[in-house]
Design a protein around this ligand. Sequence first.
Ligand code: S3P
Length: 434
Amino acid sequence: MSLLKVYKGSDFDIEIDNIASDKSISHRSAIFSLLSDKPSKIRNYLKAEDTINTLSIIKSLGADISMSNDELLIVPPKKLLEPANILDCGNSGTAMRLFCGFLSSKLGFFVLHGDRYLASRPMKRVTNPLREIGASIDGREDGNLSPLCIRGSNALEGFEYESKIASAQVKSAMILAALNAKDNSTYIEPYLSRDHSEKMLKAMGANILSMIQDDGKNKIYIKPLKKSLEPLDIDIPSDPSSAFFFAVAAAISKNSTTVLKNILLNPTRIEAFEILKKMGADIEYIIKDEKYEKIGDIIVKSSPLRGINIDKNIAWLIDELPALSIAMAVAKGKSRVKNAKELRVKESDRISSVVKALKACGIEVREYEDGYEIVGGKIKGAKVDSFGDHRIAMSFAIAGLSDGMIVSDIDCIKTSFPNFLDILKKITRIEVAD
Ligand code: S3P
């Protein structure tokens, strides 16, 4: 359980071209490669604990994986293997939920499990709708908690399912099940959540049609696959959720600039940058490419920040709210986050983690069931816990630029952004102790 000491920073001007690759797209590219009968080529796959676990799982399912010059070649098995051992999703909710949908619709017996944090995260949001269409899934608390035992079937029913939460994990699990169901399916979410699954699967040839309704709901029509999909040939861009830590670093430091290179600019993923811009930060996008997704550079320059209220499009911000809370803590005036109850079931209870850590830093914070209110001030150096949550650890490491910080239990950073500290080192002094 390593401890990180971050020293107070000074102004910086930095170009960062090695932000970790996108986690959501990495998981998906590995899993979706199993839907083709030809090898997929994936460049810049995220080499972090979560996504390496996903590769181990597809290997246990029979995929042949090789790597040359940073290109991952995934040769799918002719027929999925029934693994002899449990499939370890580590800390990743995305892996567990997507595999749950995928494996429910494949013949065989599969057991998915994860670390102690994942073991307490809700799974009924996927197991219930999957059971309704005929999937056989069991787990603790009547299928709400992992390990999950799946007896897959190739005879799941088509469905019309309306989810109460805008969750890309639930949506992707249901789409994966629908692709192997007997009839057509319709999935409805309250508003568009990150849409990488739909985009990538459509590009691979799946028959998926998404339509935003007049009331804002997103309706997706999915036809079962008649044949294998085309393989992927993809360059994974850098993860905007990881890049955002360094956007906040520039925004809260005086006279500082960061150029974040080759970042995924999908609109459902850059809302936090838009919020930071509304708070007063100087942010510019330079679009460079668009194949499966829009990709480009983001330039962030410091300027005085003001408080903001957030209560909409929470799914578009869910991973960045901890880092955004650091910007709110130094902004002029009050900021409020509401309608964000989902934060309580992330890698940690992020409402409680943010509130506890900010209080330790001398910031006035009020906790709500579905969010918090932060009164901007000066972040004081303190010792804070990561609660085993990578995004809390990295957010408070960045907060340390104000007046220094000690963050405990930082090993979790490896789950999504293994070179985070190497980059942080370029803008301030840090020490790591075991
Ligand atoms: C993800 C979806 C989000 C996000 C997570 C990654 C994905 O979770 O928080 O880090 O890749 O689908 P929810 O679907 O639970 O909102």
